[in-house]
Design a binder for this molecule. Structure first.
Ligand SMILES: Cc1cc2nc3c(=O)[nH]c(=O)nc-3n(C[C@H](O)[C@H](O)[C@H](O)COP(=O)(O)OP(=O)(O)OC[C@H]3O[C@@H](n4cnc5c(N)ncnc54)[C@H](O)[C@@H]3O)c2cc1C
Length: 383
């Protein structure tokens, strides 16, 4: 017999699990299906754990602030330690151009409610003692941004969503979508058929394939990013450091010290490495080590424990794609680029407000910016 659900979510990553939590809290019957073995086993476990609302675009700031509220209060509310630390984000400027860009953005960011300031080089070295002072012009600092463990978080969100009634099927793949009169009526998997009126595409790097099942083109293209983690060492700097300068083979790099006092780091390859190859390379570690040691010489004696590679589900303008589509009941929560971990809670709540007809004016503005039907000509400057 086919089972009926109000909502089926494809993908148990940080987006799918948070959406399941939020919808089950509103009493929707929810089934989440993932072809992998457990929650977060797609790209979510590859995230380095950075969480911010420091963006250049109102929609992402809006979603980011709501997400930070969830991460920062999770332990107090539900008791699980997810490794949340409000250590802030910083974007040090070493060029006139970066200083101007960041200061211009600051005005927009503050007008959208972000707690962010420009700090002098003297103030910045107190946050990151030993940072290279040569040419340092100051930095932005947003103290309410932070970090958490992706694995601890996704698991905590998963177990909480189950308490509210969400069901999960792992090792099961969606292979077809059933429609009737232009509306979603169910799905077909490699193990059976299920009925639903709402189907949420939270399939991460596979979002486009799911769109093809209903003949909707979703402009999400994965590209490859590597990251690494060191041994733990006594905390010696606070805040995520994002170096915006171009280096050989990379456009920017970023690192911080997590709740276990390990330094976690990542860079953005330039040109981008498109595709789905998730094998680590021997290029990454020498490349990023040079950049990081030049910027912050104190890092040079710390041992690296491991590196890994994963995918960013990219969109043409660097903003996610969230909301309704021309097919009744087919909802998108995709294209999270390098921010799917940090945006999960805000995206889940936004989708819930769509489905409960509870959208605020800010939500409506946000949904225009993240719609599938926007022109994709803008660009998120702090991707
Ligand atoms: C090196 C690296 C560092 C990163 N650092 C950060 C960071 O610091 N902060 C941050 O916010 N983000 C970061 N990210 C980005 C983040 O990991 C992604 O944006 C996020 O994982 C996307 O979440 P998702 O839930 O959309 O996708 P995923 O976590 O990939 O989940 C999608 C799921 O859908 C399932 N699926 C797909 N198709 C089907 C199907 N047909 N049937 C069944 N199941 C299906 C997949 O198996 C997968 O589990 C980083 C990424 C990488 C690679």
């Amino acid at each position: 017999m086919e089972k009926n659900y109000d909502v089926i979510i494809v993908g148990a990553g940080s987006i799918g699990v948070q959406t399941a939590l939020s919808l089950s809290q509103e009493k929707f019957s929810v089934l989440v299906i993932d072809k992998l073995t457990a929650p977060g086993q797609g790209q979510s476990k590859k995230a380095i754990g950075g969480i911010r609302a420091t963006f250049s675009d109102k929609a992402k700031i809006h979603i980011g602030l709501e997400s930070i509220e969830v991460f920062s209060t999770w332990e107090e509310k539900y008791g699980d330690d997810i490794g949340w630390r409000a250590d802030g984000y910083s974007y040090p400027a070493y060029t006139d151009k970066d200083e101007r860009t960041l200061k211009d953005l600051l005005k927009i960011q503050k007008s959208f409610g972000l707690n962010i300031e420009w700090v002098s080089p003297e103030e910045y070295v107190k946050l990151v003692p030993g940072i290279n002072r040569e040419g340092l012009r100051g930095s932005t600092y947003s103290p309410e941004d932070g970090n958490a463990s992706p694995l601890l978080s996704v698991n905590a969100f998963y177990f909480k969503s189950k308490e509210f009634g969400a069901e999960y099927h792992f090792n099961e793949e969606i292979i077809g979508v059933e429609k009737k009169n232009g509306a979603i009526v169910g799905i077909k998997t490699n193990r059976g058929n299920y009925n639903c009126k709402i189907l949420i595409n939270a399939a991460g790097a596979d979002a486009k394939k799911l769109g093809q099942m209903v003949e909707i083109d979703i402009p999400v293209h994965p590209d490859c990013h590597e990251a690494g983690v060191t041994e733990p060492v006594q905390k010696f700097f606070k805040t995520m450091v994002v170096d915006l300068r171009y280096g050989p083979g990379s456009s920017n790099c970023y690192f911080y010290q997590d709740s276990e006092e390990q330094v976690v780091f990542c860079l953005t390859p330039e040109p981008p490495i498109n595709g789905t190859d998730a094998r680590s390379t021997s290029v990454f570690l020498p490349q990023i080590s040079r950049r990081m040691i030049d910027l912050f010489p104190k890092l040079k004696n710390i041992k690296v424990r491991r590196t890994w590679r994963g995918l960013y589900p990219e969109t043409p303008d660097g903003s996610p794609i969230v909301g309704k589509t021309k097919i009744d009941g087919f909802i998108l929560a995709v294209g999270m680029c390098g921010q799917g971990f940090m945006l999960g809670p805000g995206v889940g709540k936004l989708i819930t407000r769509i489905l409960t007809n509870n959208l605020s004016k800010d939500d409506e503005d946000t949904l225009k910016s993240v719609s599938l039907y926007r022109d994709f000509t803008g660009e998120e400057k702090l991707k």
